[in-house]
Design a protein around this ligand. Sequence first.
Ligand code: DQA
Length: 145
Amino acid sequence: MAKVLVLNGPNLNLLGTREPEIYGSTTLKDIEDMMARRAEAAGIGIDFYQSNHEGRLVDKIQEANHNYDYIIFNAAAFTHYSIALRDAIAAIDVPLIEVHISNIHKREEFRHQSVLAPVAMGQICGLGIESYMAALEAIIYKLQK
Ligand code: DQA
């Protein structure tokens, strides 16, 4: 069975109450439940992990190597400056889709750059929580091809 790992970075545990005008009112648990239902219907395994700590995310990415077929990652603020996460992604063989709820290119200039994008398979942003669902659909499509 193919397996997908969904990683979320700092402050995404606060989804639902955090700046709802930008991130909406859906909680991370709601997003994970939605993804789990879709994965189950498609016959793929899915695991979830959220951390506010860069090193823990690095550990998870390293551990994912050879254990998962795809990673979906919202690195939150780390997206914009974490060379450690970029290097971890570059060090493994698992293709990774970078996702963001908001359109980072429409926001403050410091959010326009993603240091992860050059080592990601692709980036999906600005679709709201459907950014996660779109990433999962792309993976399901690729697995079924
Ligand atoms: C985010 C965008 C980042 O700039 C921000 O730091 C986040 C969330 C998004 O999903 O839109 O925490 O990754």
